[in-house]
Write a protein that binds this ligand. Structure first.
Ligand SMILES: O=C[C@H](O)COP(=O)(O)O
Length: 222
């Protein structure tokens, strides 16, 4: 399972790195907002140092016009490193930016994907990752799993290297279903990551084992 953490909280990221198969970190302006009035470039550089060079870091542009997005992308790459994946919302302007940035050799994650057609257009323009918004699609009565499955079939059939990075989760079942339907990677926020192992049954089993051991052996170790 390729798990990306959808958070800019350095304490959470450090903790998850100790026991989860974390392959990267994604952020967007809403995620950064949760960290308060930080120096964003400094904070993202700290995250880059925490996760190291072997994991991917995905950082979103802020501007909504072509020139502003291009400037944001270049500032992000110059400050944090050219290996950063620049997250571009997949709008008309975004598609133009993706095309140009790819021509200039940047890594791209196409984000805010709500439909199959958006994904296929971003893929054609050279995006390295496609981020379909699972929970948000469900809220709009679009089946995100059909979208993921169709994109995956298209990628495999045409031998593309582009990966599906499913995003926007509100529960663990959405994460699992996305993986079943062909997402290569999932990016999951702390609220859902913390549910992965938050199971009363696991804790009860562990307590029962300890009690059974203590009944016979008291405080002795094995
Ligand atoms: O960056 C993309 C996020 O995964 C979107 O998640 P959200 O729907 O919880 O804002």
């Amino acid at each position: 399972m390729n798990l990306i953490i959808d958070s800019a909280n350095t304490c959470k990221i450090k903790d998850y790195l100790t026991y989860l198969p974390v392959v990267g970190v994604t952020t967007n302006p809403s995620i950064l907002k949760k960290e308060g009035n930080i120096d964003v470039i400094e904070h993202l550089t700290e995250i880059r140092n925490i996760i190291g060079k072997n994991r991917t870091l995905h950082v979103q542009t802020i501007a909504s016009d072509y020139t502003g997005m291009m400037e944001d992308a270049k500032k992000i790459a110059e400050s944090i490193g050219k290996d950063v994946y620049i997250k571009i919302p997949c709008s008309k302007t975004g598609l133009k930016v993706i095309k140009e940035l790819k021509n200039e050799g940047y890594n791209i994650t196409a984000t805010a994907i709500y439909s199959e057609i958006q994904a296929l257009l971003a893929l054609a323009n050279g995006a390295d990752y496609l981020a379909p918004y699972v929970n948000r699609m469900e809220n709009l009565n679009t089946n995100p799993y059909t979208v993921i499955s169709n994109i995956r079939n298209y990628i495999d059939h045409n031998n593309h290297d582009t990966k599906i990075l499913a995003a926007s989760f509100k529960n663990v079942n959405q994460v699992l279903e996305s993986l079943h339907k062909g997402a290569h990677t999932v990016t999951v926020g702390a609220e859902v990551v913390d549910k992965f192992l938050d199971d009363a049954n696991i804790n009860k089993a562990i307590t029962d084992f300890s009690n059974d051991w203590e009944e016979i052996h008291g405080n002795l170790n094995i």
